[in-house]
Design a protein around this ligand. Structure first.
Ligand code: SF4
Length: 357
């Protein structure tokens, strides 16, 4: 592969984990079958990233095979990470994908050496591991095998129906290590879904993937989030969402209000301004504080109002026990999230992922 011939000569201490060796970024090129896309293969210095801290998000090991994401969700809060590569958080994030082409080799090396203590790893906490690029690069099977050989439990969060390709492997791995799978499905209105998440598989195909995971004997949570104020927070939409999730056989479902972090905020509000200008006053009320500053999180009153709508649905459809995340107010459930044949767990890894996605 081309990256093997690249000599890393410059280390950027401010770069994202795995992107420190900026000189190893190759030229991008158009790829047949991926119109409008380009891939930048890099020689990653590290595969495992540790999210520091404790509590809801902290203390987790993560792997992100790709930077940028063709799923192109307007609300994606990983957008800003693209600016570390002098790429923009908008169209570049959607179409110029950084690929850690040597990821599996680096991971195996780390697990055999300095990262021997890694016992649980989350995939999909930043960008989607089963985005379209994975169909070309096939990094995930090697990652999953390496983690399973090491004995580490695995949590996957994705919008990608490409997950189905790896179901036989995941079934087999789940006999040896805990495997948690969650499908992200936020919008149950086809037209709106294509506007807001233009690169994602349809809601129907993601629900079918949930069903396929369950038929494979694995648990599957659904992250029915983010809830978009004024667009997907109606009783009618939430009812339709939870009914469809239950019908697909999901083990549990969680939901929370949209986060509008810098990067995602500009991209999302630009779209809202063009398509739904009538909603701008609502977003001002939900996201601006008393001093008029636009924040990342919805106002506590809105989150509380949303929780009151979601909790009865979670109960009615048997989609899990409700817990509330400190800080974010996420209304969530704590399912087993494990293969059926394994003893149940607290579900904490998936809850941690919920705060990142
Ligand atoms: S929200 Fe997830 S699926 Fe959507 S663009 Fe971001 S990383 Fe990709």
């Amino acid at each position: 592969m081309r990256w093997e011939t690249q000599a890393a000569t410059h280390v950027d201490d401010d770069a994202l984990p795995g992107l420190e060796e900026r000189s190893s970024v190759l030229e991008s090129w158009p790829t047949p079958g991926f119109d409008g896309m380009s891939f930048l293969e890099i020689t990653a210095k590290s595969a495992l990233n540790h999210v520091a801290g404790d509590g809801f998000m902290g203390g987790a090991w993560t792997i992100n095979p790709y930077r940028g994401c063709q799923h192109a969700c307007r609300y994606c809060f990983a957008r800003n990470t693209h600016t570390y590569l002098d790429l923009d958080a908008g169209a570049d994030f959607d179409s110029r994908i950084v690929v850690k082409a040597n990821l599996v080799d680096v991971l195996e090396r780390e697990l055999a050496g300095p990262r021997r203590d890694v016992d649980a790893v989350q995939l999909g906490t930043n960008t989607d591991p089963y985005q379209r690029a994975e169909g070309r690069y096939r990094l995930m099977p090697g990652v999953l095998r390496a983690l399973a050989r090491h004995g580490a439990s695995i949590s996957i969060l994705t919008k990608g129906t490409l997950l189905r390709r790896d179901l036989p492997l995941l079934q087999s791995i789940a006999r040896d290590v805990p495997v948690s799978i969650a499908m992200s499905i936020a919008i149950f209105d086809d037209e709106l879904q294509q506007e807001v998440e233009p690169g994602t598989p349809t809601t129907r195909s993601r629900l079918e993937t949930v069903r396929a995971v369950r038929e494979a004997g694995l648990d599957c949570a659904v992250f029915a989030m983010p809830i978009l104020p004024g667009l997907t927070d109606t009783r009618e939409h939430l009812e339709r969402a939870f009914a469809a999730i239950a019908e697909a056989g999901a083990t549990s479902a969680i939901a929370s209000a949209l986060h509008l972090r810098p990067g995602a905020r500009e991209w999302y509000l630009e779209w809202l301004r063009a398509e739904h200008p009538e909603l701008l006053p609502l977003y001002d009320r939900v996201y601006r504080d008393a001093r008029g500053r636009f924040g990342s999180y919805a106002h506590p009153d809105y989150r509380s109002w949303l929780r009151d709508r979601i909790r009865p649905l979670q109960r009615r459809y048997g989609l899990g026990r409700t817990v509330v995340a400190p800080g974010t107010g996420i209304s969530a459930v704590a399912p087993s999230n494990r293969a059926k044949q394994l003893p149940s767990t607290s579900g904490e890894p998936m809850l941690a992922a919920a705060t990142l996605f």
